[in-house]
Design a protein. Structure first.
Lengths: 262, 260
């Protein structure tokens, strides 16, 4: 089944690569454009030097991790991100015909490799911030390795949020507006240390919309800003557990699917 | 004249169908606002008052701009022009005995009217309860602020129209929208006032048509500037209008060449 998914990703990738210039310009554009998000953070920090006790390198670590996770999701979860179309136009029927999980068929249908530009941009910021923090002794090299691995695993969080949102679409059909609430707002929030937010928001971001476990929870401990060693093993567990939960919800929604009939 | 009002009213009524979905979006918008306010408080909280942009002002700055987004920025992508170019129905639109440019812009006014009633006002109330509303000390601020908001909406409309009309020449409209939002994020001052940007970016932001959407009206709202804050927005309104007219003529000619 996994092999099948990989085959379809390969095919989708080959299709995209027919337009090599488009891919290259897209890659550069996404890289440069998504960097402006960090420039805003940097502009605030250039003026005030710290946000909630975190300097620009520490915030850069948070930002880089979230950027990599989100970029990878947008690359490989392109079809899931545009799922509303399947519900509104009844295209989901076609996926149900295949004798394997609908999710794998869906994800395998297309990829957006040019979005890796955003991943690269996140990786560069992560590398610069990480290098500096290791140099000053704020972060151990092993800690940096954890951060890198955590960024990759973190992809599961936006993916799961998207999956839950898409599954909610089986009932409410229109999910474009819901996405802003479940994806864009939490991921943007995770660019900053969660301690700056009011308590209700912080609770939301570490429970129902658990973006805090991509970066903030482990990084807070790694930088010696609070939390305990538990954060290092709890975070990946939460991330994986949340993904399983999301998939369960997707299966549930799938059984409720009614085609549009048009 | 009637046709313009009718098309705006139609756009307004179409949006009324989706009020429930928009409530979710309003919640998201409010959360974004509270997030930005919290970030600014964390940044400015420790330091003593930093001139124009101290903590209270920044909270209101963010709140004001979060509401402004729905009036001037979150409009229909390309004002709906790209779809009609793709389907060819733009030919019919251009045949109508109305001015195409004016027709497309006024149609969007229905959307903007809806947004102001069902998005800006609820957001303003929620934020007002939390961070307070800046009541202008000088009476002259009221007409100036109204003018600044009207110019922001007009400039926002023109920019969207320019993106839309460019679909006559290119099919890569997705990037144009992405670029628009990026430049807006960086140079409109909706989150970071443009004069706080490190040089040379503060100058770049001043020279681009994005500051009139947020930075200039927000400064008027907080009474940090007087009438002079209308200069750039008014200048851009004239420039963008000329650009829109020129490109519309170009598009009309191009359409004829292709034969629809």
């Amino acid at each position: 089944m996994i092999a099948l998914y990989l085959r379809s990703v390969q095919a989708a990738l080959r299709a995209k690569m027919q337009y090599r210039t488009d891919f290259l310009t897209g890659l550069v554009l996404y890289g440069v454009l998504s960097a402006t998000d960090f420039l805003m953070v940097a502009a605030i920090l250039a003026r005030f030097s710290r946000i909630g006790g975190w300097d620009v390198y520490e915030v850069g670590l948070l930002y880089g991790m979230a950027s990599i996770a989100m970029g990878l999701y947008r690359t490989f979860g392109a079809e899931l991100h545009a799922f509303e179309r399947y519900l509104v136009y009844g295209e989901f029927d076609a996926l149900l015909l295949r004798p394997w999980p609908t999710l794998l068929t869906l994800l395998g249908r297309s990829v957006e490799p040019e979005r890796l530009g955003a991943v690269l941009q996140g990786a560069v910021i992560l590398a610069v911030a990480g290098h500096r923090l290791v140099e000053t002794g704020a972060l151990s090299p092993l800690g940096l390795a954890y951060v890198a691995a955590g960024s990759l695993l973190g992809t599961l969080v936006p993916l799961s949020l998207s999956l839950i949102t898409a599954a909610a679409g089986f009932w409410v059909v229109r999910i474009g507006d819901l996405q802003t609430f479940t994806m864009y707002a939490p991921v943007t929030a995770s660019h900053y240390p969660l301690t700056v937010y009011p308590r209700w928001l912080r609770t939301l971001l570490t429970s129902a919309l658990p973006v805090g476990f991509i970066n903030f929870v482990p990084v807070q401990y790694l930088l010696g800003k609070g939390g305990g060693a538990w954060a290092l093993w709890v975070s990946p567990l939460v991330v994986v557990g949340f993904a399983l939960l999301a998939y369960g919800f997707w299966r549930l929604g799938e059984r409720h699917y009614q085609s549009t009939g048009t | 004249m009637n046709a313009y009002i009718l098309s705006a009213a139609k756009a307004y009524r179409r949006h009324l169908q989706y009020r429930a979905a928009h409530v979710v979006n309003n919640v998201a918008s409010a959360i974004f606002g509270f997030m930005y306010i919290a970030i600014w408080q964390a940044a400015t909280g420790g330091t003593a008052a930093t001139g124009d942009y101290e903590a209270t002002n920044m909270a209101r700055w963010v709140a004001f701009n979060q509401a402004m987004l729905w009036a001037a920025v979150f409009l229909t992508n390309g004002l709906g022009i790209p779809e009609t170019v793709r389907s060819g129905s733009v030919g019919v639109d251009m045949l109508r005995p109305v001015d195409y440019h004016l027709f497309v812009m006024t149609r969007e006014l229905g959307t903007i009217g809806y947004n102001i009633l069902y998005r800006c006002l609820p957001l303003a109330v929620v934020f007002g309860l939390v961070v307070g509303v800046q009541v202008p000390e000088q009476l002259v601020t009221y007409p100036l602020l109204l003018a600044a908001i009207a110019l922001a909406i007009y400039n926002g409309l023109c920019l969207r129209y320019l993106i839309g009309i460019s679909s006559f020449w290119t099919v890569q409209i997705r990037f144009a929208n992405h670029l628009y939002y990026t430049l807006h994020t960086a140079f409109s001052g909706f989150l970071v006032p443009i004069d706080l940007l490190p040089p040379p970016w503060d100058t770049v932001a001043r020279l681009l048509p994005f500051a009139p959407l947020h930075h200039d009206p927000a400064r008027l709202y907080l009474e940090l500037s007087g009438a002079e804050a209308l200069a750039w927005p008014a200048g851009w309104a004239v420039t963008l209008t000329v650009l829109c007219r020129v490109l519309t003529n170009g598009a009309r000619r191009r359409l004829e060449v292709q034969g629809g």
